[in-house]
Write a new protein. Structure first.
Ligand SMILES: Cc1ncc(COP(=O)(O)O)c(C=O)c1O
Length: 431
C-alpha cells in the first residue's frame, strides 16, 4: 500500500484549512497544512488517509510513541477517577510520584526537589524565579541562538527576533546575552576558550556578583541543534560554582532519552543546579517541571510557586506511563541506535554535496546545517520532504538547518524510508 492516497493537501485537509482561516488567528502557523486524524509509532495519518512519516515527534514530544500504550492506559484510568482538583487546593499522589521520579533521574546525587507546571516556557520562568529568590540576585545570562519560549520573560531570554519577538516588546530587563560555543561557526574555538569569551563579557558587563543564573540548553534546539565544544559546559559550571551563580540547564528539548541518555547534561557529566523539562515528559500531554537542589527549590516561600493546572493529574498519569515506557523499552539505547543509523548516512550524504556544511547532534536529535546562512536551501529541502509525506522540521538562527527528531520507537523501515526521501530531497536541490 502506498502511503499517500491524494495530492497533498487532500480535499478534506483543504476544507479544514478554509474553516481554519475563518476561525483561527493567523499568528498561529502550521508547518504542514495536513490535518491529522490518528497516529501510530512513526506515522501520522491525515484526514484524507495519507500516512506521513513523522521525523519531528511534534517537536520532540511523542518520543515514547503516539500514543504509547502505557500513556493511553494511564490517562484513561486517571480521567475516569478525577480530572482535576488543583494541587494547590487538594493534592494527589501522581504529582508526588512524578516529582520523586524526576528527582531520581535528574543529573547529580544530591538531594533534589521538583515543582510541576504546564509548558516549557512556564518552567523556564519559574526556574528564573527560583534562581533569583535563592540567590538574591537579578541578572540572567543567556546565549546567542538560545530559545526558551514565547512568554514575556522567555521572549527576552530567546535570541532570535523573527518570528518570536518582532513587535512584542518591551521585554523583561536584567537579561544578558553572550556568545555560544558553536563549533561550525565560531572559528574552531575550544570549549574552554568559548567559555572564557562568554565569562569575560559577563564579568566586565554584568559583574559576577549580580548573576542569579546562567541559563543554557546543553544542546540548543530551535537555535540549530548546536552542540557546544567539549569543555564549554563544564567551564561555565565551574565558573558558576565559584561565583555563587546557579547553572540552569534547559533540557526541555533534550530531555528524556532524546540524546541517548536521560538528559543531555549527562554526556558531559554536567550537574546543573536547576533543570527545566517539558516536551517528552508526558507522551504528548502538557506537563513541565523544574527540578533542582533541594535547598534552592525550598528557598521560595509557600505559595510562591504554582498555578491552577500545573501538575494536572491526567498529565501526571501520562508522565508516569511515559517514564515507565522509557525504562522498559530502554529508549536511551533506542536513541543511540537511531544515531548509529542516521549519522553515518548524513555524513556520507555530506560527502556528495557541497551544500551541506555540517552534520551534528546526539542520539535522536540530529541535524544537517547548510553552508549558506539563509533559509533558502533548507526551506526547499523541507518542502520536498513534505510533498513526499515526510515530516521534517527546520531550525537555526539562519533557518538553514534541517533537524530530525524521530519518535524513539520509530520502526527501522520507516526511518530508512524517511531518510531515503530526505537524501533525494537534498541531492535534488540546486544552489
Ligand atoms: C529548549 C526549550 N526551552 C523552552 C521551550 C518552550 O517550551 P514550550 O513551547 O512548551 O513553552 C522550548 C520549546 O521548543 C525549547 O525547545
Amino acid at each position: 500500500m502506498t502511503r499517500l492516497r491524494t495530492e497533498l493537501p487532500g480535499p478534506r485537509s483543504l476544507e479544514l484549512a478554509a474553516r481554519r482561516s475563518g476561525a483561527v488567528a493567523s499568528g498561529v502557523g502550521s508547518t504542514l497544512p495536513l490535518y491529522i486524524e490518528s497516529a501510530e509509532d512513526g506515522l501520522l495519518v491525515d484526514v484524507d488517509g495519507n500516512r506521513l512519516i513523522d521525523l519531528g515527534s511534534g517537536i520532540a514530544v511523542t518520543s515514547v510513541g503516539n500514543p504509547a500504550p502505557a500513556v493511553a492506559e494511564a490517562v484513561h484510568e486517571q480521567i475516569d477517577r478525577f480530572s482535576h482538583t488543583c494541587f494547590m487546593i487538594t493534592p494527589y499522589e501522581g504529582y508526588v510520584e512524578v516529582c520523586e521520579q524526576l528527582n531520581e533521574l535528574a543529573p547529580g546525587d544530591h538531594a533534589k526537589k521538583t515543582a510541576l507546571f504546564n509548558s516549557g516556557a512556564e518552567a523556564v520562568e519559574n526556574a528564573v524565579k527560583i534562581a533569583r529568590h535563592a540567590t538574591g540576585r537579578t541578572a540572567v545570562v543567556v546565549f546567542d541562538h538560545a530559545y526558551h519560549g514565547r512568554t514575556n520573560l522567555t521572549m527576552a531570554l530567546t535570541s532570535k527576533n523573527m518570528p518570536y519577538k518582532q513587535g512584542f516588546g518591551p521585554f523583561a530587563p536584567e537579561v544578558y546575552r553572550v556568545p555560544m560555543s558553536y563549533p561550525y561557526r565560531d572559528g574552531g574555538l575550544t570549549g574552554p576558550e568559548a567559555a572564557a569569551r562568554a565569562i569575560d563579557l559577563v564579568e566586565k558587563q554584568v559583574g559576577a556578583d549580580n548573576v542569579a543564573c546562567v541559563l543554557i540548553e546543553p544542546i540548543q534546539g530551535e537555535g540549530g541543534f548546536v552542540v557546544p565544544a567539549d569543555g564549554f559546559l563544564g567551564a561555565l559550571s565551574a565558573w558558576c560554582a565559584e561565583k555563587g551563580a546557579l547553572l540552569v540547564a534547559d533540557e526541555i528539548q533534550t530531555g528524556f532519552c532524546r540524546t541517548g541518555s536521560w538528559f543531555a547534561s549527562d554526556h558531559e557529566g554536567l550537574v546543573p543546579d536547576l533543570v527545566t523539562t517539558a516536551k517528552g515528559i508526558a507522551g504528548g500531554l502538557p506537563l513541565a517541571a523544574v527540578t533542582g537542589r533541594a535547598e534552592l527549590m525550598d528557598a521560595v516561600h509557600v505559595g510562591g510557586l504554582g498555578g491552577t493546572y500545573g501538575g494536572n493529574p491526567v498529565a501526571c498519569a501520562a508522565a508516569l506511563g511515559a517514564l515507565r515506557t522509557m525504562r522498559e523499552k530502554d529508549l536511551s539505547g533506542a536513541a543511540r541506535a537511531i544515531e548509529n543509523t542516521v549519522l553515518p548516512r548524513l555524513r556520507a550524504l555530506a560527502e556528495k554535496t557541497d551544500l551541506i556544511g555540517d552534520v551534528r547532534g546526539r542520539g535522536a536529535m540530529l541535524a544537517v546545517e547548510f553552508t549558506e546562512p539563509t533559509p533558502d536551501v533548507a526551506g526547499r529541502v523541507a518542502k520536498a520532504c513534505h510533498a513526499a509525506g515526510v515530516v521534517v522540521l527546520t531550525c537555526g538562527t539562519y533557518g538553514n538547518v534541517i533537524r530530525l527528531l524521530p519518535p524513539l520507537v520509530i520502526p527501522d523501515d520507516l526511518l530508512a524510508e524517511g531518510l531515503d526521501i530526505l537524501e533525494q530531497a537534498i541531492l535534488g536541490v540546486t544552489k
